[in-house]
Design a protein around this ligand. Structure first.
Ligand code: NAD
Ligand code: UDP
Length: 336
């Protein structure tokens, strides 16, 4: 019998790529998504690529009765939990929405899991839990802090998961702290499709390249970095998806896994613009503007712990990220 995985938020950017890999690896997948930040078409494309479909339930992780029903209808082995809100700026304006969706949503999910005796979970955390790190590369034992409600929501959920693990030895929990997901599946059929104006760098650059947006605003060139622009660790979304499969497997041997998922390499905003220009064969207009509130200078991981814990290393580089992101954007200029 193939294992059955519940993927919350499985229609979203990272969730759709992970769902595809799970299906290709032979898992049965049940996706629970309320489509507040995604479209059902993403899952049609996933099914087309995999040659088989996930079960799809449209619903909310805050709905305890629905979750109970779901756990009793399907015999689920593990949960990969992506569902949540992720826009940092919006979280400052609407903090309660973030605590509701992310913290209450995760709590409700964990309660339903406990009730059903499903005690395996892989959780999407974020490098934002390191706040403004004192140095780079960032390893997992660095101090944690939150600089906005989104980050605080991730920290609260991490604490909840750790407490649960301590209280009940049956639980097996992987906390994955993603650095900056980018790129798309190499088919160009699935990718990131943000609602309205993109908040993140890569989708913004891609939409400038395809002509949807006039120019990129670079948020500051006076940081203490090589060229003054912010440095981040961009990780190919397919590498990230592979990290989830690796974590699932590693949970057979570990009760609590806390891992950074990144490449260990930092690229500046200008590095990203230049690499994307090569991939798309166009010059991309940009303007230097004020720093964005709360942005840090530099963030990249030390990947050695992830290698040791879950036996995972990213395989794709900056060029793959840009080529694949561009293919997706070109084939789908207006998203799904
Ligand atoms: P996404 O918005 O594309 O996907 C999230 C999915 O969850 C969407 O399909 C959305 O409709 C669904 N969803 C949201 N709230 C829900 C709810 N209450 N009930 C059911 N479904 C709900 O985001 P993503 O980029 O794929 O991110 C996935 C996870 O990874 C999130 O938890 C995010 O915080 C985390 N993360 C993302 C990044 C990033 O830069 N993309 C970085 C670090 C961590
Ligand atoms: N950035 C930028 N212009 C944009 C979006 C982002 O200059 O329109 C910069 C941002 O200041 C940061 C980097 O690009 O240095 C990555 O930003 P993103 O929002 O993608 O990720 P995060 O800030 O969460 O690491």
């Amino acid at each position: 019998m193939m294992k059955k995985i519940l993927v919350t938020g499985g229609a979203g950017y990272i969730g759709s790529h992970t769902t595809l890999l799970l299906l290709q690896a032979g898992f049965d997948v049940l996706v629970l998504d309320n489509f507040c930040n995604s479209k059902p078409e993403a899952l049609n494309r996933v099914s087309r690529l995999a040659g088989r479909s996930p079960h799809i339930i449209e619903g909310d992780i805050r709905n305890y009765d629905l979750l109970n029903q779901l756990f009793s209808d399907y015999s689920i082995d593990s949960v990969i939990h992506f569902a949540g809100l992720k826009a940092v700026g919006e979280s400052v304006i609407k903090p309660l929405d973030y605590y509701d969706n992310n913290v209450l949503g995760s709590l409700t999910l964990l309660q339903a899991m406990a009730h059903a005796n499903v005690t395996n979970i892989v959780f999407s955390s974020s490098a934002t839990v390191y706040g403004d790190p004192q140095s780079v590369p960032i390893s997992e034992d660095f101090p944690l802090s939150a600089t906005n409600p989104y980050g605080a929501s991730k920290l609260h959920i991490e604490v909840m998961l750790q407490d649960l693990c301590r209280a009940d030895p049956n639980w097996r929990i992987a906390i994955l702290r993603y650095f900056n997901p980018a790129g798309a599946h190499e088919s160009g059929l699935i990718g990131e499709d943000p609602n309205g104006m993109p908040n993140n760098l890569m989708p913004f650059i891609a939409q400038v390249a395809v002509g949807n947006l006039k120019e990129l605003s670079i948020f500051g060139n006076d940081f203490d970095t090589r060229d003054g622009t912010g440095v981040r660790d961009y990780i190919h979304v397919m590498d990230l998806a592979e990290g989830h499969l690796a974590a699932l497997i590693a949970l057979d041997h570990h009760k609590l896994i806390t891992c950074n998922l990144g490449t260990g390499r930092g690229y500046s905003v200008l590095d990203m613009v230049r690499a994307f220009e090569v991939a798309c064969g166009k010059q991309l207009p940009y303007r230097i503007v004020e720093r964005r509130l709360g942005d840090i200078a530099e963030s990249y991981t030390d990947p050695t712990h992830a290698k040791a814990m879950i036996n995972w290393l990213p395989r794709r580089g900056l060029e793959d990220i840009c080529i694949d992101h561009w293919r997706w954007q070109q084939m789908n200029p207006n998203g799904y």
